[in-house]
Design a protein around this ligand. Structure first.
Ligand SMILES: Nc1ncnc2c1ncn2[C@@H]1O[C@H](COP(=O)(O)OP(=O)(O)OP(=O)(O)O)[C@@H](O)[C@H]1O
Length: 666
């Protein structure tokens, strides 16, 4: 059976606005192994058209082209891929080597596309290159060798997968007489080893070397002359297994992408740096959010004891018991009205005994401490001599206040008061400790005053709380005072002391579940945190707009790359690359650009963050940029994903290129 048989093959080219142009007319011919066939004819007679059809680069024809009995007309993409990988090898007039790959990589390309093992690839390529007398040049790039050497590399590449057919389109067209002889000798040897070689030539001398000469004129075979029997001497079939049906691996795609990117290093670096700016901005915005949040939380938390959970009655149950919602009696309403009046000055509802009992019974609660706190705008004040200071917060001292914030003197005991720095500053220029002040409070509906000795100063000038005017006495003193005024002091805040700081969180959660409120400060911190989160994400999103610019930049660069590498894509397809492989090469390139720009963006963020922190440490005493690990991972992921998304269109375009047109591209 013939290796290749054409039966009544017609080829029409579609021409816009015109009748289709018939380039091949009823071509019927068959070729055997060992034949060295010259296809000759005038320019435009249809030689290349015929070669493209039998090489499986063009599948649009009428009639039958049979390779070992299989009709190319019925082939699917996967069949053509297999055909290119295993059965045909191409040699072109202009060599068509891939310029950024060395000779070894050029020759191994077909095997790389078939995912042949690295050792096997290199072993086979070295053998074939050595057969071509090129052992000393394997690491050179194509532009470092002569024309004859280039054509030998191209022949080595065509032979390396041990195909049945070699299709050579004017393989000696660009060579001088001497080199032509050498190349012809090699080609003749190939036929002698049992391959079918079909070669287009314009040279009568070259045709004279062939065993058979087929003449084409105007799309038809007009002459078919055999000079000799097939040249076959001994059929040499490689002992190596066929390349198999595996495909380009992810790692090979990355390596190919890297080699190509190296070729255009400065351009790729510029793109990576350009798109890294967006990534850096996003990371910095998130890190700024982290920094500010940490600063606020730390400042807030530094004033409270980590063992303590502050509990207040729910805001919507003023005067009601937590958990009991059936108290609609007149008494309760009156009580609520009274509380509301008071809440012009104060805040929270008092705790009932049941509340105190259920809170004290919570697991991990070591003890329960009662407290009272009163927020007022102008009603409560401390006076000393002629001076007077309004106090915003009046509270009983409790374990909740962190003693480390006591900047002078002692914690108040019976008959004593502790003032905040700002109050002390307003009352006297020198130290207030030990002096007697008059505290005036609005208790219920009465305005009452009492004298206390100043025991200590709470909070320093440098912290955020020092601006808050506050005064603290003991719960017992306040209780006495209430009794003296014929009133009962009911705690409106309760402090639960945990066994260990680790238990505090769970106690806080339980208390919240039971319907109580946490400290006002905690609520404020939470609100701040939520606002900061929103603000941070908005800022990061605004910074993220530059990522769109990056994506467009990457898309444009990859598009340029596709145009520049059109011919290379044609070569890869002729070597058996699937559409998917071509896509994979471009997507890998985008992946690498994304990875590099992510890494550069992270490095920039750290660099700039360091600078900003030096400044903020000087000014605010805190590092304001805090890059979290998840910011780094997110930055990298965003960078890679955006870049890969941007590669979608260019890689799709590359994969869809027609191999015949691509190979024709200069
Ligand atoms: N894509 C195409 N669309 C329309 N016509 C085409 C196309 N490709 C080739 N042709 C026409 O088909 C005919 C055969 O072209 P082909 O390239 O096969 O000739 P050739 O014999 O290889 O010529 P040369 O020796 O100059 O390379 C020519 O008339 C050419 O103009």
């Amino acid at each position: 059976m013939s290796v290749l048989t054409l039966k009544h093959v017609n080829k029409y080219y579609k021409v816009a606005g015109n009748q289709p142009f018939q380039a091949l007319k009823d071509v019927t011919v068959s070729f055997d192994k060992g034949e060295l066939v010259a296809i000759i004819g005038e320019s435009g007679s249809g030689k290349s058209t015929l070669m493209n059809l039998i090489g499986g680069l063009d599948s649009d024809f009428d009639g039958e082209i049979l390779f070992n009995g299989q009709n190319l007309g019925t082939f699917k993409e996967a069949d053509f891929v297999k055909y290119h990988k295993e059965n045909v090898g191409f040699v072109f007039q202009s060599f068509n080597l891939i310029s950024h790959l060395n000779l070894l990589d050029n020759v191994t390309m077909a095997m790389t596309l078939a995912n042949t093992s690295k050792e096997e690839r290199i072993k086979r390529a070295k053998e074939v290159l050595s057969d071509m007398g090129l052992s000393d040049h394997i690491y050179k790039k194509p532009d470092q060798i002569s024309g004859g050497q280039k054509q030998r590399v191209a022949i080595a590449r065509a032979l390396v997968n041990d195909p049945d057919i070699i299709i050579a389109d004017e393989p000696t067209g660009a060579l001088d007489a001497e080199t032509t002889e050498q190349v012809l000798e090699i080609i003749t040897d190939i036929a002698k080893r049992g391959k079918l070689v079909v070669m287009v030539t314009h040279s009568a001398q070259v045709a004279g070397h062939c065993s058979r000469i087929v003449s084409i004129d105007n799309g038809s075979i007009v002459d078919d002359k055999r000079n000799s029997e097939p040249l076959i001497h001994e059929e040499v079939k490689s002992s190596q297994p066929a390349v198999g049906n595996k495909n380009l691996s992810f790692f090979s795609a990355i390596r190919l992408a890297l080699l190509n990117m190296k070729e255009k290093l400065s351009r790729n670096l510029l793109v990576a740096v350009g798109s890294s700016i967006g990534i850096m901005s996003v990371i910095l915005m998130l890190a700024l959010g982290n920094g500010v949040k940490t600063y606020i939380n730390d400042t807030m938390n530094s004033f409270v004891n980590p063992l303590v959970t502050e509990v207040r009655m729910p805001a919507d149950t003023q005067g009601e018991e937590a958990g009991s919602d059936d108290q609609t009696s007149l008494e309760a309403m009156q009580r609520q009205q009274q509380m509301e009046m008071q809440s012009m000055l104060t805040a929270d509802a008092p705790f009932q005994t049941e509340n105190l009992d259920e809170l004290a019974a919570l697991p991990n609660v070591k003890s329960l401490e009662k407290g009272y706190s009163l927020l007022s705008f102008g009603a409560n004040r401390v006076a000393y001599d002629e001076n007077e200071s309004m106090i915003l917060t009046f509270a009983t001292v409790s374990s909740n206040l962190n003693e480390s914030n006591l900047t002078a003197g002692n914690w108040p005991e019976a008959g004593q008061i502790m003032l905040s720095q700002s109050v002390a500053d307003e009352l006297a220029e020198d130290s207030m400790i030990g002096r007697t002040v008059t505290l005036t409070l609005t208790l219920g509906e009465q305005v009452v005053s009492r004298e206390f000795d100043v025991s200590g100063i709470f909070g320093s000038d440098s912290d955020a709380m020092s601006g808050m005017s506050a005064a603290y006495v003991t719960f017992e003193d306040l209780n006495d005072w209430y009794q003296a005024e014929n009133m009962t002091l009911e705690p409106n805040v309760v402090f639960l002391l945990a066994e260990t700081a680790d238990d505090t969180e769970s106690i806080k959660n339980k208390v919240k579940d039971m319907g109580y409120q946490g400290s006002a400060q905690e609520a404020m911190t939470n609100m701040f945190n939520e606002m900061l989160d929103v603000l941070t994400y908005v800022l990061a999103a605004v910074a993220g707009i530059s990522l769109v610019v990056s994506a467009i930049m990457i898309l444009v660069v990859l598009n340029i790359s596709v145009v520049e590498r059109t011919k290379e894509i044609g070569i890869l397809k002729a070597l058996g690359a699937r559409k998917k492989d071509i896509r994979r090469i471009f997507v890998s390139e985008a992946f690498l650009i994304g990875l590099f720009s992510g890494v550069i963006g992270i490095a920039f963020a750290f660099g700039l963050g360091y600078g900003i922190n030096q400044f903020s440490l000087n000014v605010f005493d805190v590092p304001i940029i805090q890059i979290a690990n998840e910011n780094i991972v997110m930055g990298l992921a965003i960078s890679v994903v955006i870049s890969m998304l941007a590669s979608f269109l260019p890689s799709q375009r590359a994969a869809g290129l027609d191999p015949v047109e691509s190979l024709r591209r200069e």
